[in-house]
Design a protein around this ligand. Structure first.
Ligand code: GTP
Length: 596
């Protein structure tokens, strides 16, 4: 156990975590250079394309230190985006240390702070690493000052690195060995192991990722999950070397996987404790919460006969994503689909992309909503996240909506722009403080509903990319809602309805009509778009008729070119949904929320 180190890399998004992980893996020679793909830990296509890490993956690196001693370094990869902070917390609970990575040109940002607080809550030893020192805009002295002032860490312990150029990699490995404590635990005590992740393998079922705290686990053991008392027989245990490498047993301090004939990942709860059925430990590990979805939206197939396909795809996706919840839903305009709960907007986008890409489906997502607590006149309370289920307003006594505490870090020259943006979103400025000379941390309380759509994009744009943002849900507060309906040629399209704050409803209705006018292509007849609240029309826009003849451009007789164009148009059509007589593009369903 003395020669094991368990640690995570934590960082603000884009500060270089995946790149550094790649370098550490390369430095320890567990994959040949020929097999090496950049960002080898990000195995999903979407992750590779967007360069973000969604699902954490763990890897065990064999390392021979300068002293000649051999070590096992368990690197637990964590996602960097606020939506996935639950995964960060699970991973951190199985570590003794954390490498806190900071971009040398960007400095400390909102998620650097948030992640550091999480690491401190888990009592981890923290090593600051200043990355990207190769950049011309790198300002190491400024970042060192921030490490001291904002983070309260010793700037002299910071390791200077460039993951891209391979600078400082050995220092990072030596730092892990010399500065992080080895795991503690009793190999002879009853088994106590912490589940921090799981994924689904089509051939082997659920692969559970865990850390052994006390005791030992080996194939043939009968184990028990302490949350639901389910028992399973262990088929295989082993460690992660990019691929799974079976081991005879795993003992206290080690990190690895087990396969035990578990059908779906939802049977295993992240944060749950595993013990031996015959010889259980006294108490489960403490401190884990269940993750709760905060953003809700309905997913429908564009082709109505693709519902069954979508159902199968959802089931498969759920195997790998325990945080995704869904139930059957139906809409007059769109037919059958699913109402889904997500951890945040990024999670929603990832689910949509995976469904479209991995299962070749064309989908419509309805405008995301938060959950409202609605108390009716008869004293009962309902939780509503779907505008379609919004009760008759005359029956409502009181409505409450979720609020967040948002921490925004920006250079002070953007203070006015951020203030304006947050006030527009019904935010209340609670506090602000200078972190360093010209960097401000601004604290706002904002309704969650106002940030679920395009807030982060807007923040980035008003601060020219410098603003960073982190949030927690704090409480539910009284609010005044109305249901905004959209009528297309006189018919209410239920899938375009949204719940909005009364004060902003007219403005939102106007925006929604304008956006839909831009999105809905001209057709052979006039299309009237109207916004309505309780039957009263508050806004309108018209799409005038037009016959788009794409072949008109192909003068001359190039038939293949003509065919190509027609094909293209046909393909485009798959992204359109017939609602009554009108073809509405996929993107229109989300556009009603756009603020710009
Ligand atoms: P998330 O997984 O989305 O949180 O991002 P990440 O923190 O893993 O960042 P990633 O490794 O994807 O790097 C972000 C960008 O910074 C990429 O374009 C990298 O090529 C670049 N980058 C990473 N390290 C360095 C470095 O040392 N120097 C320079 N110049 N660029 C770097």
């Amino acid at each position: 156990m003395k020669h094991i180190r368990n640690f995570s890399i934590i960082a603000h998004i884009d500060h270089g975590k995946s790149t550094l992980s790649d370098r550490l893996i390369q430095a320890t020679d567990i994959v040949s250079d020929r097999d090496f793909k950049d960002q080898i830990l990000d195995s999903m296509d979407i992750e590779r394309e967007r360069g973000i890490t969604i699902k954490s993956q763990t890897v065990c690196l064999p390392y021979r230190a300068k002293t000649g001693q051999h070590y096992s370094l368990n690197l637990i990869d964590t996602p960097g985006h606020v939506d996935f902070s639950y995964e960060v917390s699970r991973a951190l609970a199985s570590c003794e240390g954390a490498l806190l990575l900071i971009d040398a040109s960007q400095g400390v940002e909102a998620q650097t702070l948030a992640n550091m607080y999480l690491a401190m809550e888990h009592d981890l030893e923290i090593i600051p690493i200043i990355n990207k020192i190769d950049l011309p805009s790198a300002d190491v002295e400024r970042v060192k000052a921030q490490i001291e002032e904002d983070l309260g860490l010793d700037p002299d312990t910071a390791i200077l690195a460039s993951a891209k150029e391979g600078i400082g990699i050995e220092e990072v490995l030596e730092g892990a060995v010399n500065l992080l404590p080895p795991p503690e635990g009793d190999p002879d005590a009853p088994l106590k192991a912490l589940i921090f992740d799981s994924h689904y393998d089509p051939f082997r079922g659920t692969i559970v990722h865990f850390r052994v705290i006390d005791g030992k686990i080996r194939a043939g053991d009968t184990i028990r999950f302490m949350f639901n008392n389910a028992t399973y027989r262990v088929e295989e245990v082993g460690i992660f070397r990019i691929v799974r490498v079976p081991r005879k047993e795993l003992t206290a301090g080690e990190v690895g996987y087990m396969i035990a004939g578990i059908k779906t990942v939802s049977d295993t709860r992240c944060g749950d404790t595993v013990t031996l059925h015959s010889h259980p430990c006294d108490a489960p590990m403490s401190g884990f919460k269940e993750t709760k979805p905060v953003v809700f939206s309905s997913i429908y197939p564009v082709a109505s006969d693709a519902y069954e396909e979508l159902a199968v795809a959802m089931e498969k996706l759920k195997l790998n994503d325990a945080a995704l919840i869904y139930e059957k839903d139906s809409s007059v305009a769109l037919g059958f689909g699913f109402r889904c709960g997500f951890l945040g907007l990024l999670h929603l986008e990832v689910v949509q992309e995976r469904l479209e890409r991995e299962y070749d489906l064309s989908l419509i997502l309805t405008a995301p909503s938060v959950q409202y607590e609605i108390t009716l006149n008869d004293g009962t309370t309902e939780i509503i996240d779907n505008p379609a289920l919004y009760p008759d307003p005359t029956l409502i006594q009181n409505t409450r909506e979720p609020y967040i505490r948002a921490a925004i870090i920006v250079p002070d020259r953007y203070m006015g722009a951020v203030m304006k943006l947050c006030l527009e979103r019904r935010g209340i400025n609670k506090n602000y403080q200078y972190l360093t000379n010209n960097r401000l941390e601004m604290i706002f309380e904002i309704p969650l509903a106002e940030v679920v759509y395009d807030f982060y994009d807007r923040l980035k744009s008003v601060t020219q990319g410098y603003g960073s943002f982190d949030y927690d849900i704090i409480d539910y507060r009284d609010t005044d809602l109305v249901k905004l309906d959209i009528l297309i040629n006189g018919d209410r399209v239920d899938a375009l309805s949204q719940l909005v704050h009364r004060e902003r409803s007219v403005m939102r209705g106007r925006r929604a009509c304008e956006k839909l006018k831009e999105e809905i292509p001209r057709q052979m007849f006039k299309i009237a778009i109207q916004g309505a609240i309780g039957g009263k029309i508050i806004s309108r826009a018209t799409v005038s008729p037009f016959r788009k003849d794409v072949t008109a451009k192909c003068y001359g007789g190039d038939i293949s070119r003509k065919r190509k164009l027609l094909e293209k148009q046909k393909k485009g059509k798959k992204r359109m949904k017939m609602v009554g007589q009108v073809e509405i593009p996929q993107s229109a369903f989300l556009s009603v929320l756009k603020s710009e």
